[in-house]
Structure formats: structure tokens, C-alpha cells
Design a protein around this ligand. Structure first.
Ligand SMILES: Cc1cc2nc3c(=O)[nH]c(=O)nc-3n(C[C@H](O)[C@H](O)[C@H](O)COP(=O)(O)OP(=O)(O)OC[C@H]3O[C@@H](n4cnc5c(N)ncnc54)[C@H](O)[C@@H]3O)c2cc1C
Length: 394
């Protein structure tokens, strides 16, 4: 019997959870045809993007080989997909050696994610946008600490021991808390005064966590202050140049390093991949994640614009949404193959977790209109659980 070729493009959170969901759902053999499952990613590993702040501050490994996640039952191909020709049910790709090639599919799931927003070149600093950037950040502050040991000018020593984090979303919050821990630890080991380390988190908004209640934003601010981060509300960084930070207020200050954490943008390759995109650049899908006008093609995760048909609310671009969409997609695919009516998208409950340095975390959810906040050990366990389960590591 002819096999059913199902290709998943992207081994991020949406992609690996889709592989898992398809394997679970297709155990009962929805199509009566043998399933050939292929996972394509430009890297041979799953990149635990949400932990990018870890190698910027400490020494944690945040990549997991795809063969470790899927030792059998899934063909893993390292390649960059460049085009989807949906009328021919074919995709074009460049393999790891740079050769152009193509592959036929029956079902294709596109989960190529988003990219980190970068500042302009003349804005200076380093954006926390990739593993290389994270290593560069760690290298920069460690070099500054070593210079501070020898520095006799107190003002210059203070500058070297000051880090600005520009952008106070979840990534900025987690990065500043982790830096506060590891930079102080480093200072202590080098014989510097750890309390002289200054980590400043610049928030263009007037409070942290605008997606949730003000009291959670306030609690986060207090927790950050307790771990040694100064939060500057309503303060936008414009530029870092030769150790001077300029704010939109016109104020300047001396810093040893500026780390940008400016959020996400749609993956630019989506505009040329051959599928319909919204004016912002997200793939257009229906309520069951089917790409408009492209038979057999589905898209979820950060790269798709997914709207709850009941509420009209667009899904957020986070791991929890990607994971829930992947689980639903498994059922959608099996229903579509069997010709049954497929499930529709439903928005995820409000639920957010924040890492606040090693061993510390906070989580917030709202159930039946009641705010529930988890702090302390439970907050940390929830944070760790969400990181690990999204990467299939629990
Ligand atoms: C610094 C940072 C911190 C974050 N913090 C949080 C957080 O605390 N909590 C949270 O829920 N979310 C967080 N997010 C958002 C979260 O990372 C995304 O929502 C999530 O990664 C989306 O998963 P995805 O699978 O759609 O995309 P991704 O995880 O981006 O995966 C996309 C995959 O596609 C591959 N790919 C891309 N283009 C191609 C191509 N042309 N061919 C082949 N493969 C390709 C990539 O290599 C990658 O493996 C953070 C993001 C960043 C950058």
C-alpha cells in the first residue's frame, strides 16, 4: 500500500510537539496507509529558544539533538526549506551541503517560527537573538568583570560592572534576573564587591507584564528588585555607544554592556515561501490550521496567524500556544484523512510563567475570573515544568 508522506518543517516547539501528536493520534492508523513521518530543520537539533538567557548568563546547554528526541520512527533531515509548491505537493530545500533539492509530500505542516527583533546597527549593544549572541554577551560581561578587577578609577569600575537590559517582556525579565545572579557570583569570585554590580532593566511601558493584572507586574518588579535588578519603568533605550546609554528622555548613563530583548517578528522567509501571508507576514490559516488555498498544507506556532473562531482573539506567540495547537493538529489531520469533521481552534487559558534566576520563578493564571499567583518553590517548579515539557524532556 502506498505510504502517506507527512513532512513537518521546523523542529522548534510547534514542530516537535506536532511529531509527537501525529505519532500518538496515528497509532490507530487513521489513513489505513503506512505513515512516513519526516522532520526537516535547518539545524540537527531542537533549539530551546526560551532558555536563550541561560547561556548569556551561565553555562547551560540549550540544544537537544533531534535524534535524541526521536531515536526511531521519524526521518530527520537537516535542510533549509526555501519554497512550497502546493499545487505539485512538493517542497524545495537546500541541504546541509548547500545542494538544492525537492521532496514530495501528502501532508505538510509548516512550523518555522519567528525571529528576534534586532535593533539598528547604529544602536549598539547586543541583541539576545541567537546562541552566538548569547555567548557574545557572556564573554562581554566576563571580560568587563576582569577589567574591573584591575581598574583603579572608581567611576570606570562602576561602568564596567553595570549592565543594561533594554526591553522588559518575559525575555528581558528572565535575562536580567539570571544576569543578576551570575554576574554577582563572578564578581565575588574575582574579589570584587558583588553589591557594586548594577543590572538595570529598561521598560518602555509603565509597568511589567501588561498582558496580566497590575498586581502581578508589581510582584514581578518586587521580586526582581529583591534579586538585585533595578527596574526603570517608562524608560526607552535609544542607543548604546562606547559605554554611554542614551534614553528617549535625553538622559544618558554609563554602562559596560547593553543587552537588547525586543521581542519577536514573523520569520521573513515566509513572504517568499509560496503561501498566503497576512500584511504582517504570518501564514493565513483557517480555524483548523489549514493554509488558505494550499491543499494538504497546515501551519501552527509562531509562523501562523491563528484566531479563536468563538472569541475572534488571535493566539499569542508562545510555547504554550504552540504546544496546544500541535496536540489539536494531530486530531485535525486524522479527521481530515478519514473525512470526518475536524476540531476547531480554541484559545489557551491565560497562563504565564517567569524565571527569576536559578531556582526562582513565578506563575500566573486566571480561572473563572480569579487571579492565581504561584511564587517560591512552586512558581519555580511550574516554570521548569513548562520549559521541559515544551521540549518533550519531562
Ligand atoms: C529570547 C526568547 C525568549 C522567549 N521566552 C518565552 C517564554 O518565556 N515563554 C514562552 O512561552 N515563549 C517564549 N518565547 C517565545 C517562544 O520561543 C516561541 O513562541 C516558540 O519558540 C514558538 O515555537 P515555534 O515552534 O513556532 O518556533 P521556533 O521555536 O522558532 O522553531 C522554529 C524552527 O524552525 C526552524 N526553521 C526556521 N526556518 C526554517 C527553514 N527555512 N527550513 C527549515 N527549518 C527552519 C528553526 O531552526 C527552528 O527550529 C521566547 C522567545 C525568545 C526568542
Amino acid at each position: 500500500m502506498k505510504e502517506l508522506i507527512c513532512i513537518i518543517v521546523g523542529g522548534g516547539y510547534a514542530g516537535i510537539n506536532t511529531v509527537n501528536a501525529i505519532r500518538k493520534t496515528f497509532k490507530g492508523d487513521a489513513s489505513q496507509r503506512p505513515l512516513r513521518l519526516i522532520l526537516i530543520d535547518k539545524n540537527p537539533y531542537h533549539f530551546r529558544k526560551v532558555l536563550l538567557f541561560k547561556p548569556a548568563a551561565g553555562n547551560e546547554d540549550i540544544i537537544v539533538p533531534l535524534t535524541r528526541l526521536f531515536p526511531e520512527g521519524v526521518e530527520i533531515v537537516q535542510a533549509t526549506v526555501t519554497k512550497i509548491e502546493s499545487e505539485k505537493r512538493r517542497l524545495l530545500y537546500q541541504d546541509a551541503e548547500g545542494n538544492e533539492n525537492s521532496m514530495k509530500y501528502d501532508i505538510l505542516v509548516l512550523t518555522v517560527g519567528s525571529v528576534v527583533r534586532q535593533p539598528d546597527l547604529d544602536q549598539g549593544g547586543v541583541a539576545l537573538a541567537s546562541l552566538d549572541a548569547a555567548w557574545k554577551i557572556r564573554e562581554a560581561w566576563r571580560t568587563n568583570m576582569q577589567k574591573a578587577v584591575k581598574e583603579t578609577n572608581a567611576k570606570e569600575r562602576q561602568r564596567l560592572m553595570t549592565i543594561a537590559v533594554a526591553g522588559a517582556g518575559i525575555s528581558g525579565i528572565e535575562t536580567s534576573a539570571e544576569l543578576a545572579h551570575f554576574v554577582r557570583e563572578d564578581a565575588q569570585q574575582l574579589g570584587l564587591d558583588p553589591s557594586a554590580v548594577r543590572i538595570k532593566l529598561f521598560n518602555a511601558n509603565n509597568r511589567l507584564f501588561p498582558d496580566g493584572p497590575a498586581k502581578v507586574g508589581l510582584k514581578l518588579e518586587r521580586s526582581l528588585e529583591a534579586c538585585g535588578v533595578t527596574v526603570l519603568q517608562g524608560s526607552r533605550v535609544l542607543q548604546e555607544k562606547e559605554g554611554t546609554l542614551t534614553l528617549s528622555s535625553g538622559e544618558t548613563m554609563s554602562v559596560g554592556l547593553c543587552v537588547w530583548t525586543l521581542g519577536l517578528l514573523p520569520n521573513p522567509m515566509l513572504r517568499n515561501i509560496g503561501l498566503p501571508v497576512t500584511p504582517e507576514g504570518y501564514v493565513i490559516v483557517d480555524a483548523s490550521y489549514r493554509v488558505q488555498g494550499a491543499q494538504g498544507v497546515y501551519s501552527i506556532g509562531d509562523c501562523a496567524r491563528i484566531v479563536d473562531p468563538a472569541s475572534g482573539r488571535a493566539d499569542g506567540k508562545t510555547c504554550k500556544e504552540a504546544t496546544a495547537q500541535a496536540a489539536r493538529l494531530g486530531k485535525i489531520l486524522s479527521a481530515d484523512i478519514e473525512g470526518r469533521s475536524a476540531p476547531s481552534h480554541k484559545g489557551f487559558i491565560d497562563f504565564f510563567c517567569f524565571g527569576l534566576g536559578p531556582g526562582h520563578g513565578m506563575a500566573w493564571t486566571r480561572i473563572w475570573g480569579v487571579d492565581i499567583i504561584f511564587t517560591g518553590k512552586l512558581g519555580w517548579r511550574l516554570r521548569k515544568f513548562t520549559w521541559d515539557s515544551a521540549s518533550l524532556l519531562k
